[in-house]
Write a new protein. Structure first.
Length: 411
């Protein structure tokens, strides 16, 4: 009996010690989270007309922010007529002209104010500032811009810089760098807006209480999918997601605890990135996009998936048209990945890029943009994407008509 009593007392002591250890570790973790954040290499250099206006908190937060959740629920976008759309991009290497063309497309069709967050190598800062400030005053009145240096955590900066393409993984750290920004639309530099930016921004109001980001599928057709055929790591859904157009509620990204396959504990965004890279760096091909696929594989409830017309790539037409939503309503955002704006592999994509690039602010958009583009696209009909090029101008025509109507009414 005495042996049983000793064993029982020993178990009680061990249990108490374990509980004390767990609570001490939890307290330490919480203290680190309160004090910490990513260690940044340098500070953001700000330039441009202003530092911008930042949004009120989005739905799904705690305390006072729950009241805003009730106020902003539903899709009554009309209540936020003056809401600023916050747009970020990362430019490294010979991406200056491509980025400026993307920004031009954003300004041309948007009716609500914009704030651009340009992350660029130091040698590009003056060129961006000079080019943007050279635009006509009435165009400058539509947006503000802020220029930032490329910034990675100090301890692993070189490893992040080398991931996939130079600077591509910068997008993973935007929630940690732009701490004052509540929500953000990130786009690759090879994006062209064919309808107002505020239209994709409005999708934020469609997030449910658990969703913190939105992206499009990587492929529509599993038979031609990359992730489902070749990936050596977890990925989202049936065919993965493409991160070239990524809409983020960054407040939620910073605050949400994410499930993972590295620890029994859920981790915050700033805590999950480096362990994820260390575990999968030998198995990933597309860098930061693969890491995002892994994160949302384990947290599918946190992702809002928007249709392919918001991120239309050559894969949607190179094997025949396979974006059903674009067939119905046209292409909303054109994504010329794999350098197709600058070679002859997909002349239909290049035609759209060159039409917007050559257009001069103030000219009649129908005569100086749409008509030359339609003529150029007609010459690409021998290609698969050329045969689907009517989808490129379907929404664009509506955007141009809307701008023309506003100009006419303001006279």
């Amino acid at each position: 009996m005495r042996c049983y009593l000793h064993a029982f007392l020993l178990c009680v002591v061990l249990t108490l010690c374990s509980l004390l250890y767990v609570f001490s570790q939890l307290a330490s973790t919480l203290e680190d989270r309160d004090e910490g954040g990513v260690k940044e290499q340098g500070t953001a250099g700000r330039s441009g007309p202003d530092t911008g206006h930042f949004l009120r908190k989005k739905p799904g937060l705690t305390g006072r922010e729950e009241d805003l959740d009730r106020e902003r629920s539903g899709s009554a976008i009309s209540e936020h007529r003056d809401e600023v759309s916050h747009l970020a991009m990362v430019a490294c290497g010979p991406r200056l002209e491509e980025t400026l063309t993307m920004l031009k497309s954003a300004v041309l069709f948007s009716k609500k104010p914009l704030h651009f967050y340009v992350f660029a190598e130091d040698n590009l800062h003056d060129s961006f500032r000079s080019a943007l400030n050279s635009w006509p005053r009435r165009v400058l009145n539509k947006f503000k811009f802020t220029i930032y240096p490329i910034t990675f955590p100090k301890d692993n900066a070189n490893e992040w810089k080398k991931l996939f393409k130079p600077c591509a993984s910068q997008r993973l750290f935007l929630p940690l760098i732009l701490k004052e920004v509540d929500s953000l639309l990130y786009v690759d530099t090879d994006i062209l807006f064919l309808r107002p930016v505020e239209d994709i921004w409005a999708l934020l109001s469609q997030f449910n209480s658990s969703q913190l980001a939105a992206m499009a599928p990587e492929h529509e057709e599993p038979r031609t999918g990359w992730y489902n055929r070749f990936a050596r790591h977890p990925y989202y859904g049936k065919t993965g997601i493409n991160s070239g157009v990524m809409l983020m509620n960054m407040t939620r990204l910073r605050q949400t605890f994410l499930k993972n396959d590295m620890t029994a504990f859920e981790l915050r965004w700033e805590e999950i990135l480096m362990p994820l890279l260390q575990k999968y760096k030998l198995n990933i091909t597309w860098g930061d996009q693969d890491l995002l696929n892994i994160i949302f594989h384990h947290n599918p409830e946190s992702l809002y998936v928007f249709p392919c017309q918001w991120n239309y790539r050559p894969d949607h037409c190179i094997y025949g048209s396979n974006c059903q939503e674009a067939e119905q309503e046209g292409v909303f955002i054109l994504h010329g990945n794999r350098g197709v704006y600058h070679d002859d592999k997909q002349p239909a994509f290049r035609a759209v890029y060159e039409a917007i690039q050559k257009y001069q602010f103030g000219e009649n958009m129908e005569g100086s943009l749409l008509q030359p583009l339609e003529a150029s696209l007609e010459a690409t009909r021998h290609t698969y994407c050329g045969r689907a090029s009517h989808l490129f101008t379907k929404c664009l025509k509506q955007s141009i008509m809307s701008v023309h109507r506003d100009i006419t009414q303001s006279r």
